[in-house]
Design a protein. Structure first.
Lengths: 152, 186
């Protein structure tokens, strides 16, 4: 017990021991594309320009269905990790987020920031513009095996 | 006492320079910004912890986070150990609310906004337990949920929802047939 108290005091003194209470959010309206965050952050399939848009649409569907977190890549270049969309809290493989894969949307909601990450609760999709980034014209399909070779 | 000493040492270290690689047995993926990282954390419901939306805390289908014990940093596990487009929620769900040890790869890429405290979890165990479990449950859970989707090939070629979207809008989301989409991307 003494050690726990000592540790807590040390953390508190360093300003690091804030309880895990939720922060107050900020209302925002963000325009951007619903993306697959793992491919975007990790670089596993190439640069960030190639793992968005139509080139990466099939992979975005796979990742969204597979429970990889989706994010909203804002026009400001920031990624907003989406935790809920219009009341649907199924952020791991949910239906709502799949319908928006690769789509450019205007989202109205609450922004929370913690430890370098932006978290977004989308209260309303104000506008769904569909897939507007037609980058398959530059990158083909990413990954290349996403579209099977047609059988003759 | 060891943890206390480690904590005090960390307090003297800039956050961006913290190293959690000691004791890690994580397998490399050769990602540009990966580092092996093992640490103790509490598995938390992200929507509850971040936004205070706790009505369905730890419910199925919600993303889970790792609240690191040593510095109270919230780490986002984007990925499990499998290589077929799988997140980590199914692997973490049994541990929600519990103190665990995890081992995996931490992504910290200064060149990509937001690429910080992103994690690929490879193994997990309750804190203090002896045996590690591989974070590879996703495809097993998927197979139980989709008994009618049995067949050859990986799950993502057989997933009913994925197939329905591709059927409706094509591989590029542009309404092209598979043949057309294949042709214009070669």
């Amino acid at each position: 017990m003494y050690l726990k108290q000592l540790l807590a005091a040390a953390l508190a003194a360093a300003g690091l021991a804030a309880p895990a209470a939720a922060a107050e959010g900020t209302r925002v309206q963000i325009t951007g594309e619903i993306i697959d965050t793992w491919c975007y952050f990790s670089g596993v399939m190439g640069g960030t320009d190639a793992v968005v848009g139509s080139a990466h649409h099939t992979c975005a569907l796979w990742c969204s269905a597979g429970g990889i977190p989706v994010g909203l890549l804002g026009d400001d270049g920031e990624v907003y990790m989406v935790l809920k969309i219009e009341g649907d809290d199924q952020s791991a493989s949910g239906d709502t987020q799949m319908t928006l894969a690769s789509h450019e949307i205007v989202a109205d909601g609450m922004l929370y920031e913690r430890d370098g990450l932006n978290y977004l609760v989308v209260e309303k999709v104000v506008e769904d513009r569909g897939i507007t980034n037609l980058n398959h014209e530059d990158y083909g399909v990413v990954p290349p095996f996403a579209i099977p070779k047609p059988k003759k | 006492m060891k943890r206390l000493i480690a904590t005090l040492a960390l307090l003297a270290t800039p956050l961006s320079a913290q190293d959690f690689s000691e004791g890690s047995n994580a397998r490399e993926w050769n990602l540009y910004a990966e580092s092996p990282a093992t640490f103790e954390a509490t598995v938390v419901d992200l929507l509850c912890t971040v936004a205070g939306d706790c009505a369905n805390e730890c419910g199925d289908g919600r993303q889970l986070g790792l609240l690191r014990s040593v510095d109270d940093v919230l780490v986002y596990p984007n990925k499990n150990s499998q290589t077929s487009f799988n997140g980590a929620a199914y692997d973490l769900h049994p541990y929600c609310g519990k103190l665990v040890d995890v081992d995996g790869l931490l992504i910290e890429d200064e060149d990509i906004p937001g690429a910080t405290n992103i994690y690929l979890v490879q193994t997990i165990k309750e804190a203090g337990a002896a045996d590690w479990a591989k974070a590879n449950q996703w495809t097993k859970v998927w197979a139980k949920k989709h008994p009618d989707a049995k067949g050859k090939g990986p799950w993502f070629r057989r997933d009913p929802r994925v197939l329905s979207f591709i059927e409706a809008d094509g591989y590029l989301g542009q309404g092209l047939s598979p043949e057309e989409a294949y042709e214009i991307t070669q």
